[in-house]
Design a protein around this ligand. Structure first.
Ligand SMILES: [Zn+2]
Length: 353
């Protein structure tokens, strides 16, 4: 059963990942992350296979709590890999728990309250500013109090009616650099995880010419469905390759803004720029859970609890559990079907690469 690959917490997920990586004959590297968390945290990397002209990169937990699913995908890949003779023709690079703090604390954000997918700046970008809409919505998004009873759904619907869903998504979630305690904060400099990846990615990937990078996410899109989100425009060669490999219905350009929205400091845009001399392809793979208002409500409540409630209190625990449910539903049907879909994607990608 696919549900067996899901772990009950970060420590268990990490331990299983390292054990499975050893069994698969991977080269393993562990990078400690400094934080106030009581347990030791680490970004772990498993590299399977030697030099090759093709590489598949799979990353999990850029958004902390989303690692429950991403880690399950990586564990399943390792399990399959252990049963096969090493496919010398392809190198597999698995980066586990890019944001281990958020994974362990049931947060989307990291030890600096940063959304890592807004932290990978290109040389031309800087860590400043916020969309106009964010300034207007800041008091609604980030109240300076612990979560309590309120008519959040109604308030959210009112704002959707006022600004329109597209404008709201973009102004709320595109990334902001002015409210360090707010949601979707992109930081003031590269975070520990960001710098680790930026400094080591070339060593992990090696000289490989053809690279496919799948960055696993959850919480966006209809329940139990998935989309490959590309930062390439719909008329690009890369976009065409994804459509030919995975089918038109599951591929979407971030530039189009139908499910998601262009963001600043995007991991994939940074990777694409770093490997622009090579045949590099990136997709953020989003697996849908609940409706956008419930998910936004959970992110907002958890952030309030994180800053204004006692850790370990009933309020904090409830907020953490709802966030976990929003990013990794406990429903075994969801878990079985999304994991099967993810493995299918990986297999298709591996063959087409
Ligand atoms: Zn995510």
């Amino acid at each position: 059963m696919n549900t067996e690959y899901f772990s009950t917490g970060y420590e268990q997920a990490r331990c299983r990942f390292l054990t499975a990586a050893r069994a698969a004959g991977a080269r393993i590297e562990c990078f400690p992350i400094d934080s106030t968390h009581e347990n030791s945290l680490s970004l772990d990397v498993a590299v399977i296979g030697g030099e090759s002209n093709r590489a598949l990169i799979v990353t999990s937990g850029v958004h902390g709590v989303e690692g429950f699913f991403g880690s399950a995908v990586q564990l399943a890949i390792l399990d399959k890999q252990a049963g096969m003779a090493n496919d010398a023709d392809i190198k597999v690079v698995l980066i586990h728990a890019v944001n281990p703090y958020g994974f362990a604390r049931l947060r989307r954000f990291n030890e600096d309250n940063v959304d890592l997918n807004r932290n990978f700046m290109l040389n031309s970008e800087n860590y400043s500013g916020a969309p106009d809409g964010y300034h207007q919505l800041n008091r609604f998004l980030n109240p300076s109090s612990p979560p309590g009873f309120e008519l959040f759904r109604l308030k959210a619907l009112w704002n959707i009616w006022r600004y329109g869903m597209g404008a709201l998504k973009e102004s709320v979630a595109a990334g902001q650099y002015e409210y360090p305690e707010g949601i979707f904060y992109g930081g003031a400099k590269p975070c520990q995880s960001t710098a680790l990846i930026q400094n080591n990615i070339e060593a992990w990937v090696g000289q490989t010419e053809k690279i496919l990078h799948l960055d696993i996410h959850t919480g966006l899109g209809p329940y139990s469905t998935f989309k490959l989100l590309l930062s390439d425009s719909a008329d690009s060669k890369n976009y065409r390759w994804f459509v030919d490999t995975f089918g038109e219905s599951v591929v979407e350009s971030l530039v189009s803004g139908a499910t998601a929205y262009p963001v600043h400091g995007h991991f994939g845009s940074w990777m694409r720029n770093r490997f622009k001399q090579r045949d590099f392809r990136f997709a953020g793979v989003e697996f849908g859970t609940y409706d956008v208002i419930r998910v936004l409500g959970a992110i907002r409540a958890e952030n309030r609890a994180y800053h204004y409630a006692q850790p370990g209190s009933g309020i904090a625990d409830k907020a953490g559990q709802e966030l976990l449910e929003c990013f990794c539903p406990s429903d075994s049907k969801w878990r079985n079907s999304v994991l099967a879909a993810a493995l299918d994607l990986v297999e298709h990608g591996r063959i087409a690469l």
